[in-house]
Design a protein around this ligand. Structure first.
Ligand SMILES: [Zn+2]
Length: 286
């Protein structure tokens, strides 16, 4: 069976734990190519994108989420979006050409946002620990902002011989009986799954296989599997909508230049051409 990106959910039959596990390798590779990332920054982007997928599947499977690592002193940011249709995308914003600094050497925050069913935003911010460990930052966010005890691993090795990216969230459910004892057992069990790169690289690797390994010997029930893929929501219509928000004078300036306007998408690299006639159309419409 060909390996493909997916996210899988399961729950232990005693009602104590739920797990969400994801393989994001192919999606991450597309993001890294579109953003031209390498080295640690590529792995950090991979982990952030996996976090976005897991966060949405854990908290709001049918709504969109955005996760942002913001470096101190406006030194840049990394953004990952995950959409209920299954697509995800990432963006690295560099204020300078060297840009953004190493998350292990520069203070940064992790901001998590999800839309609520009433279309309001739920937003929380935590400090990224000095080690730059995004799994820890994500766990801290879940604990502090969502009041959910969870154990999280985000793992990636995107430049190795066998590039991999993925992770999991094990969540203690509110209805768990003898929660402390259950947590002690799970914490010990998960010590073997802090770094899951070997599991992700294995020939039979899949989110389902990872769940079988983590819940080995514990009766559990499969809940749901969904797809994960690289995608973007840019389109010619969105480009036109954005342009229509410009001042009339700015649009007039573009028309006067007399050349078609090329607009690129910062997320996916797609490019759109807006003909002068269409720019003129914006003037007559406004
Ligand atoms: Zn795009």
């Amino acid at each position: 069976m060909p390996k493909r990106d997916a996210v899988m959910r399961a729950m232990t039959n005693d009602g104590a734990f739920r797990i969400v596990a994801a393989r994001t390798t192919d999606t991450v590779r597309r993001v890294i190519a579109a953003q031209e990332l390498s080295g640690e920054l590529a792995n950090d982007m991979a982990d952030l994108l996996t976090a976005a997928v897991l966060y949405r599947e854990t908290m709001a499977p049918s709504l969109r989420v955005q996760c942002i690592v913001r470096f101190a002193e406006r030194a840049g940011q990394m953004v990952a979006d995950s959409h209920p249709d299954g697509w995800s995308r990432g963006l690295v914003q560099r204020p300078s050409p060297d840009g953004p600094p190493d998350i292990r050497q520069t203070p940064a925050t992790l901001e998590m946002m999800r839309t609520l069913p009433n279309s309001e935003l739920h937003r929380g911010v935590v400090e990224v620990p000095e080690t730059g460990n995004l799994s820890e930052a994500f766990m801290r966010y879940m604990q502090l902002s969502e009041q959910i005890v969870s154990m999280i691993s985000l793992c990636s090795d995107v430049e190795g011989q066998t590039p991999v990216a993925g992770g999991y969230v094990v969540q203690l459910l509110p209805e768990a009986a003898e929660a402390d004892a259950a947590m002690a057992v799970m914490t010990e069990r998960l010590e073997r799954f802090v770094d899951i790169r070997d599991q992700l690289r294995a020939s039979d690797a899949s989110p389902a296989r990872l769940i079988e390994q983590i819940f080995e010997g514990m009766p559990f029930t499969w809940l749901h599997e969904s797809g994960v893929r690289f995608g973007c929501q840019c389109s010619q219509i969105r480009v036109m909508t954005t342009l229509s928000l410009l001042d009339r004078a700015e649009i007039q300036e573009l028309v006067d230049e007399g050349e078609p306007l090329d607009v690129g998408c910062d997320y996916c690299g797609a490019s759109y051409t807006v003909e002068v006639a269409h720019l003129q159309g914006l003037l007559s419409a406004s």
